[in-house]
Design a protein around this ligand. Sequence first.
Ligand code: NDP
Ligand code: 8X3
Length: 266
Amino acid sequence: MQAIRVAPARSYNARMTQKTALVTGASAGFGAAIAAKFAERGWRVIAFARRADRLAQLVERFGKERVHTAAFDIRDEAALRAALGALPDNFRNIDLLVNNAGLALGTAKAQAADLAQWRQMIDTNITALVALTRALLPQLIERKGAIVNISSISGTHPYTGGNVYGGTKAFVTQFSANLRVDLHGTGVRVTNVEPGMAETEFTLVRTSGDQAASDKLYAGAHPITPQDIAETVWWVANLPPHLDITRIEVMPVSQSAAGLQVARDA
Ligand code: NDP
Ligand code: 8X3
């Protein structure tokens, strides 16, 4: 009988330490969970967000060799370029970009919405995302890396008060699709993740700190958790290199899309 050959054991960490992920919005919610998951599974992680104290928790947990942080407003393109320029040598070779930083502001209908809030969503969810993506594309191509964009079901399914937030996420969804086409033949993977209702700081931010509104929204809904999305991103980023999950819509079982309405005699 032929002997079965067993490959020499290598630790999980030893296999993965060469890889580096850059995660935006890593101070809370999905981004913090994604950064932690990749760091704990052996990747180097670059964590961007505004709140330095939150980012510092990642360094405390995983150490400076594993996590590098930069605290700045991602809408500030000069600060973004400075943060990229200041990456330590061992964090310079980025294999995965997770464009996660983003927000919804306000729940008012368009006719009552605040234009400044609309601008902030566009500047964060769209303009900053494309600026960072453009800056990293050459090295992602060189390294046959991957991009995971965190979009939203609100980019596909309209709802009252979703107006510009949903518009920004529709942009992200279409940008992901167009990136895939432009990157055809480069080996770079692009995935658009489209989560539904998830309990993070999202609703607190959207309602300017209304904890009761946030609690009420999620009560009894068994929403998506940050861990769920971190596991999804881990899965798409670690598939064999010939596979690209182009889009993935993730909802809690409790949520479904029920669309059309009719105004009679309007
Ligand atoms: P959180 O509010 O918990 O996290 C948002 C993250 O984005 C924070 O780390 C925040 O960091 C960062 N961020 C926001 N604005 C800026 C900025 N100007 N500069 C730098 N960082 C910024 O929300 P989520 O984790 O839920 O959101 C993450 C992504 O997921 C967003 O793009 C959101 O649209 C999307 N999403 C959320 C869903 C949900 O139901 N929760 C569902 C579908 C998609 P800091 O404040 O420290 O700067
Ligand atoms: C967040 C999901 O449905 O609250 O993007 O807009 S939703």
